[in-house]
Design a protein around this ligand. Structure first.
Ligand code: SF4
Length: 271
């Protein structure tokens, strides 16, 4: 049974489109992988579900031809799956794909009724041309795990030259130009839990629509496995490391404090 499940998982992942996978808050989310060939990201987060990132870079280029992604999407649509949202994410940072705007437009043309989301680490949003490429998305979910440069380096382990300052400036610039919804997704663990007051200060400045609190419940794989894109099932036959998470009472306390001090909507993976 386990082997069959794993085979199906790998089969699904041989495309630049994967899933749909059940997201704890988005429903059936269809993943789009604009990176695909290897894991490539401007971060190398120590909790990344993809494992150790193979190419840690902030180089923007075409990683997969747009035609390939749209073809994979059209093929999947023939199976008539339930899709509540499309999420650009995949094998790394999706805004590193120079042609992401073409993918957004092409998929919009094929299925104008399906909302499009992106999960981004926001490292490239300081560039006006990158912000412009994603303005047509319905929701942009940005990652903020740290509230100072030292913790940023320890958790997100970015490519050379990438700083928290650059990330926050990019998000603020996006906020001025973008008409859709901005959400913040944060991974909390003992390492950044203590910085909560500074984190709340940052959140207040950005004032997102929603804050999603997460904790690294999935173990960290030692190496990249494409099938881990959006994989919420526990099918691990390779070396993984369990990570330190917040306990449910700690997460509850955090959630309550953020909600009370910001007045914003806060969602937690523990609820
Ligand atoms: S930003 Fe996302 S894809 Fe990149 S290393 Fe962090 S968790 Fe992995």
């Amino acid at each position: 049974m386990r082997d069959k499940q794993k085979e199906e998982e790998v089969f699904t992942n041989k495309s630049t489109i994967y899933g749909p996978v059940k997201s704890w808050r988005l429903g059936m989310s269809l993943g789009v992988d604009p990176i695909f060939q290897t894991s490539t990201c401007s971060f190398n987060c120590f909790y990344c579900q993809l494992g150790q990132i193979q190419d840690i870079t902030d180089r923007i280029k075409t990683y997969v031809p747009t035609e390939r992604v749209l073809k994979d999407y059209e093929n999947l649509l023939k199976e008539k799956p339930q899709i509540d949202v499309i999420t650009f994410s995949g094998s790394g940072e999706p805004t590193l794909a120079e042609n992401i705007d073409e993918m957004i437009a092409g998929m919009r043309k094929l299925t104008p009724h399906i909302p499009q989301y992106i999960l981004t680490n926001a490292t490239e949003l300081y560039l006006p041309q990158v912000r412009e490429k994603i303005l047509d998305l319905d929701t942009i979910i940005v990652k903020i795990d740290a509230s100072n440069e030292e913790t940023f380096q320890r958790i997100n382990r970015p490519a050379p030259g990438v700083t928290l300052k650059r990330v926050l400036e990019g998000i603020k610039a996006l906020k001025k130009e973008y008409k859709g919804k901005i959400e913040i997704q944060s991974m909390f663990m003992p390492l950044n839990h203590k910085d909560i007051d500074d984190y709340i200060g940052i959140i207040k400045e950005i004032s997102p629509l929603v804050i999603q609190l997460n904790t690294p419940k999935r173990p960290y794989p030692s190496e990249w496995h494409r099938e881990n894109r959006g994989n919420h099932a526990k099918i691990f036959d390779y070396k993984v490391t369990d990570l330190k998470t917040l306990t449910p009472p700690q997460a509850q306390e955090l959630e309550d404090k953020i909600r009370k001090e910001t007045g914003l909507e806060v969602l937690s993976i523990y609820r």
